[in-house]
Write a protein that binds this ligand. Structure first.
Ligand code: 5GP
Length: 208
């Protein structure tokens, strides 16, 4: 790629980067992502499909597209999700159409997904688009437990199940390119912001 083309690419905000932010439930992914999107332009949040019941503070179409099992099966059959998983009995999947749309607008996308979904993307990729893999977690499972308890969106039993999954997910951390430790929200926001800025400044690989 020529120097002119590289500069031309950088003139737009960038566009075509997918930031996959993974980490155990209760890690604070939503709060960190929300704050980073407030301070950095040129982003869209990938709103996933899920069959999980909506929590009282969630808005359909903003947090998730809440759909039925039957609708989810149809999406998968029609290849309308780029990856999908079953997490503690509910299905979650990333919309192919939305990601395509975001890239067509010249923006980057942030995906908030679980470790198994990230592993699928590591195997398959996203056509020609670059994916940046970020693992976000508090520094210990104890802190995670306290956060989940404080959040109060799950029953004790559901919370224990989430913590068991979290312990497994932590083991996959070495597969990721970046680690953001979220013990302090401001620090975590600053670190994710720095990763985004650095990745946008990266000279994209020559392909001609
Ligand atoms: P929650 O029920 O707490 O909203 O989400 C449970 C887990 O599913 C979280 O780790 C979240 O990041 C993950 N998740 C949300 N949407 C998707 C998705 O589209 N694909 C995958 N693989 N995981 C998702």
């Amino acid at each position: 790629m020529s120097s002119e083309a590289i500069i031309e690419h950088r003139r737009g905000v960038g566009g075509g980067l997918a930031f996959v932010v993974c980490g155990p439930s209760g890690a604070g992914k939503n709060s960190v992502i929300e704050r980073v999107m407030e301070v950095i332009p040129g982003f869209s949040y990938s709103v996933s499909f899920t069959t999980r019941p909506r929590r009282s503070d969630e808005v359909d179409g903003r947090d998730y597209h809440f759909i039925t099992d039957k609708q989810f099966t149809e999406l998968v059959e029609n290849d309308e999700v780029v990856e999908h998983v079953t997490y503690l009995g509910h299905k979650y999947g990333t919309s192919r159409a939305q990601i395509k749309e975001v890239f067509a607008e010249g923006k980057d996308v942030i995906l908030n997904i679980d470790v198994n979904g990230a592993k699928k993307l590591m195997d398959r990729g996203l056509n020609d688009f670059s994916i940046v893999y970020v693992f976000l977690t508090p520094s210990s499972l104890e802190i995670l437990g306290t956060r989940l308890r404080e959040r109060g969106t799950e029953t004790e039993k559901q919370m224990q199940a989430r913590l068991a999954v979290a312990a497994k997910e932590m083991k996959s951390m070495p597969l990721f390119e970046y680690l953001v430790i979220n013990d302090d929200l401001d620090t975590a926001v600053d670190e994710l912001r720095a990763i985004v800025v650095a990745e946008r400044c990266r000279i994209i690989a020559a392909n001609d």
